[in-house]
Design a protein around this ligand. Structure first.
Ligand code: UGY
Ligand code: MN
Length: 247
């Protein structure tokens, strides 16, 4: 879709943002070799985390996150290899990995891959066992009806354990299915639309959204989604769970 000159679907507000591919500006990812990226969400807009796309080609190599920062990586397209703990893991489309803070690892590609990454500063809590690295495939995760609705199926990609202060979920809606309430919560979300289309309410604004769009929802940003069209809509999103609200 070509937009009229001077127009964009993207919008950045105090507590939310919708970033469409029409406004992506591609740049080298610092420290990564032969990798271009788009930083979609970052502290520069008021968020507490980063969400970015890494576009890797033959010979690309990742850089580690900053010390104390955990990383979640999801393969949008193509295939990559993750070297972790002396083993190599093949990551293909909708494959993913969680890397706890300071876990040495490297992501490489023989051919091409585009990745969606979330990075959060890990918040250790006394007496809570730290999270472990893991590698998985979204297709292997069993989705559950969200608040009893079989047309809104939620798959948790990370364990629901106190040491994981990050949740990443894949949410699939049949056309016409919607969140059953306008959520208002302390948690912050980064979101990437993987399939389909719908309407997202963010604060007091309604956005038509489709595959390829990214959304930031800050803490307490009122949020609601309804899938529209003839095919299911799906989004990947992150959530800063299991954290002390005073810190
Ligand atoms: O987990 C969540 O808070 C989720 N239901 N929010 C959302 O999809 N915007
Ligand atoms: Mn929510």
């Amino acid at each position: 879709m070509t937009l009229p000159l001077g127009q964009t679907r993207s919008r950045v507000a105090r507590d939310h943002a919708m970033i469409g591919p029409d406004s992506h500006v591609i740049a080298a990812l610092p420290g990564w070799r032969q990798t271009q990226g788009v930083v979609l969400i970052s502290p520069a807009m008021g968020a507490g985390f980063t969400q970015y796309i890494a576009m890797m080609g033959p010979g690309s190599v990742s850089a580690p996150p900053q010390p104390g920062v955990e990383r979640f990586v999801f393969v949008r397209d193509g295939a990559a290899t993750l070297a972790l703990d002396g083993k190599k893991h093949a990551l293909d489309a909708q494959g993913y990995a969680y890397l706890p803070p300071d876990a040495p690892h490297e992501i490489t590609t023989d051919n091409v891959a585009s990745l969606i990454l979330f990075e959060y500063r890990y918040q250790a809590r006394e007496g809570v066992a730290p999270p472990k690295a893991l590698v998985g495939r979204a297709a292997d995760r069993k989705a559950q009806p969200f608040m009893g609705d079989p047309d809104a199926m939620l798959a948790n990609l990370l364990p629901d354990e106190p040491g994981y202060d990050l949740a990443v979920n894949l949410f699939t809606f049949n056309p016409g299915a919607a969140l059953p309430l306008v959520e208002v919560h302390v948690f912050e979300h980064g979101l990437y639309m993987t399939r389909g289309r719908g309407v997202y309410r963010l604060g007091d604004e309604w956005f038509p959204v489709e595959a390829g769009d990214s959304i930031w929802m800050g803490p307490y940003c009122p949020q609601w989604f309804c899938a529209i069209g003839k095919a299911p809509a799906q989004y990947l999103y992150s959530k800063n769970v299991n954290r002390d609200a005073m810190s």
